[in-house]
Design a protein around this ligand. Structure first.
Ligand code: FE2
Length: 286
């Protein structure tokens, strides 16, 4: 029987008593969705599943997104990416830590992602955590003048535009071909959630590099102010994975940031997580 347990922070809850391999019983997906939209992050504990079983579970949450950069795809599974520090590609520090800055997945695309999940296959003894920041709580705490100012504004986003700023980890620069696949797009700074309708700050860090209609200097100041507010410690939970965790977060209402990790150097240092990212609505809300 499914049970929820709050995590040790301002957002997130652990979910016990569910086995994604077996498929979800009637009402279980709805219960998980309710928990996700209430807590922003849910961590399904003690899972064990194959690539196919995980993919089938992922499709319940929306339409899987095939990442425009295919280097980390799990062979034979275009919708699955390997995140971590193993494999030749991930021995490069910039690539290995390409999520080590505050961002929202796929905010650089026109059609936004609605959920991301990571299944912890291998976990190092130390390091490799992900930090999550609650963007509904951050919006709710804005003063009314700031809300009025930003409610109608649109940010301009580009892939990893602000990685490397504010002391954060840099990303590997895009090749010309990659940049051509990800031209700038626009999203409202404040979005209404596609299921709940709740307002939240959206992707004010990571990809937002300009604001439509604002002079660049003014836009940079506003983006920096919003990021500083949105990533305050009081909105942040840091998750340390255990093998078998499936962490699912609401990309419409969170920012996240991987902690930098080194290359593997022996037992207890490898990190392997399988990532699925989806857009659209979960099956129980279609
Ligand atoms: Fe990410």
């Amino acid at each position: 029987m499914l049970s929820l347990e709050p995590l040790n922070g301002p957002l997130g809850c652990a979910v016990h008593g569910i086995d994604v391999r077996a498929g979800l019983a009637r009402g279980e997906l709805r219960a998980l969705c309710d928990a996700l939209y209430e807590h922003r992050l849910i961590v399904l504990k003690d899972q064990r599943c194959t690539e196919d079983e995980y993919n089938a579970f992922g499709r319940l949450w929306g339409e899987p997104i095939t990442h425009i950069f295919g280097d980390d795809r799990v062979p034979g599974h275009a919708e699955l990416l390997t995140i971590g520090n193993t494999g030749e590609h991930q021995r490069d520090a910039l690539i290995r830590n390409s999520s080590a800055y505050w961002h929202t997945d796929h905010a650089y695309e026109t059609e936004i992602a609605t959920a991301t999940m990571l299944y912890a296959v291998k976990v190092p003894d130390t390091g490799g955590e992900t930090r999550f920041a609650d963007q509904k709580a951050a919006y709710d705490e804005l003063d009314s003048a700031t809300r009025r100012r930003i409610d109608g504004l649109k940010a301009v986003h580009s892939y990893a535009a602000t990685a490397g700023r504010d002391g954060e980890h840099a990303c590997a620069p895009l090749s010309e071909e990659q940049a051509a696949l990800a031209p700038p797009v626009r999203h409202r700074l404040v979005r209404r959630h596609s299921v709940t309708g709740a307002r939240a700050l959206y992707a004010v860090a990571g990809t937002a590099f300009a604001i439509e209609g604002l002079p660049d200097e003014e836009a940079q100041v506003l983006i920096a102010q919003l990021k500083a507010h949105a990533t305050k410690e009081k909105f942040v939970y840091e998750h340390r994975y255990e093998v078998g965790d499936i962490a699912i977060w609401d990309t419409q209402a969170t920012l996240h940031c991987g902690k930098p990790i080194g290359a593997p150097s022996g037992p207890g240092t490898e990190r392997v997580l399988w990532r699925i990212c989806v857009r659209g609505k979960p099956a129980c809300h279609r």
